[in-house]
Design a protein around this ligand. Structure first.
Ligand SMILES: Cc1cc2nc3c(=O)[nH]c(=O)nc-3n(C[C@H](O)[C@H](O)[C@H](O)COP(=O)(O)OP(=O)(O)OC[C@H]3O[C@@H](n4cnc5c(N)ncnc54)[C@H](O)[C@@H]3O)c2cc1C
Length: 296
């Protein structure tokens, strides 16, 4: 099916892109990798008259370390880049794991992290890893720039805190102080090109005395938005597990299942999804904890 007609713009700076977006208003759409936008246009669900591509703007396609602050991800970093980057694998492997499970190699080569967050699918493979890493997003528009925690960004399926005239310009991952590890598991009904039935990401950080300083678990596809689970953080904070089979991980996994709000659809029942949240959370916690034990 052919795409509807549109004018194509390729600004070379963020400021230029912002002023174009301000000028054309609701008639315009930002283009990153196009794996969502072009599909919607082909299906005639969207027919923007003006397409503003970010692809000619330099410096948006990579991650870099910012002195003292942490890691900065360019919004045009693709899933393939995030999965393969040495920096991401070494510093925040949970994101590399999530990115490696997104779609297929073809999709991963095009799909960007910025586009993935703006699309706000409950089953996103990148949102849970970024949530457990305490990521923040920077948005730029005619009223200036603002930065907000990713946990305040998702409002509902396909809905975010981004205004129509704002561009997502950066994703910030704060510095991680101590020994840390993360894990991601995606459950689908088949092994490739699959949207998650349930996914879970976890991130653990150890204190000097070997107790858990910080624990964060996020869930995908079991609520209208990718979901953080504060009760899991509460149960695990300050605990010194005996080993990776410590019952506290079971207790935390049960709490995650209680926080999930799954629905029944043609791909799985709510009960099955809730049960799998418990199993997958337990597995990610055990996996992350065993990585930690190898590091100490
Ligand atoms: C076959 C197929 C399989 C898929 N499988 C998965 C999967 O397994 N897991 C998963 O999570 N996703 C999956 N997706 C969804 C998709 O690939 C991701 O959501 C992708 O990351 C979107 O990024 P993009 O660069 O292609 O966005 P685009 O399509 O370019 O843009 C998406 C939306 O975000 C807006 N936008 C993009 N970047 C910005 C920005 N910087 N600032 C403001 N607005 C912006 C656009 O205007 C548009 O509204 C799949 C898609 C397809 C077609």
């Amino acid at each position: 099916m052919l795409l509807p007609k549109f004018d194509y713009h390729a600004p070379t700076t963020i400021d230029e892109a912002c002023s174009m977006l301000g000028h054309y208003g609701a008639k315009a759409k930002i283009l990153a990798g196009g794996t969502d936008l072009l599909v919607h246009m082909k299906k005639r669900l969207l027919s923007p008259e003006q397409i503003i591509s970010l692809n000619k703007i330099e410096g948006l396609k990579e991650a870099f370390s910012q002195n003292g602050t942490g890691l900065v991800l360019g919004p045009l970093s693709t899933a393939a880049y995030l999965a393969d980057s040495r920096l991401i694998q070494e510093r925040i492997s949970v994101l590399a794991q999530g990115a490696s499970r997104l779609g297929s190699p073809l999709i991963r080569n095009r799909a960007t992290v910025g586009g993935n967050l703006i699309t706000a699918r409950p089953a996103s493979d990148l949102a849970p890893p970024l949530l457990v890493l305490s990521a923040k997003v920077t948005l730029k528009g005619p009223r200036g720039e603002r930065t907000l925690p990713l946990e305040d960004f998702f409002l509902g399926p396909g809905q975010t805190a981004v205004q129509a005239d704002e561009i997502l310009t950066k994703i910030l991952i704060p510095n991680i102080q101590g020994i840390s590890a993360g894990a991601y598991i995606k459950l689908g009904t088949r092994k490739a090109l699959e949207i998650s039935l349930v996914n879970t990401a976890c991130f653990l950080e150890l204190a000097q005395d070997g107790s858990i300083k910080l624990a964060r678990v996020a869930l995908g596809a079991v609520a209208p938005i990718p979901l953080l689970t504060p009760s899991v953080s509460k149960i695990l904070a300050g605990v010194k597990p005996k080993n990776m089979d410590d019952p506290v991980f079971r207790e935390a996994a049960r709490a995650a299942a209680q926080e999930s709000k799954p629905i029944t659809d043609h791909r799985g029942s709510a009960d099955y999804r809730r049960y799998m949240v418990e199993i997958l959370t337990w597995r990610t916690l055990k996996n992350a904890y065993s990585q930690l034990m190898e590091k100490v």
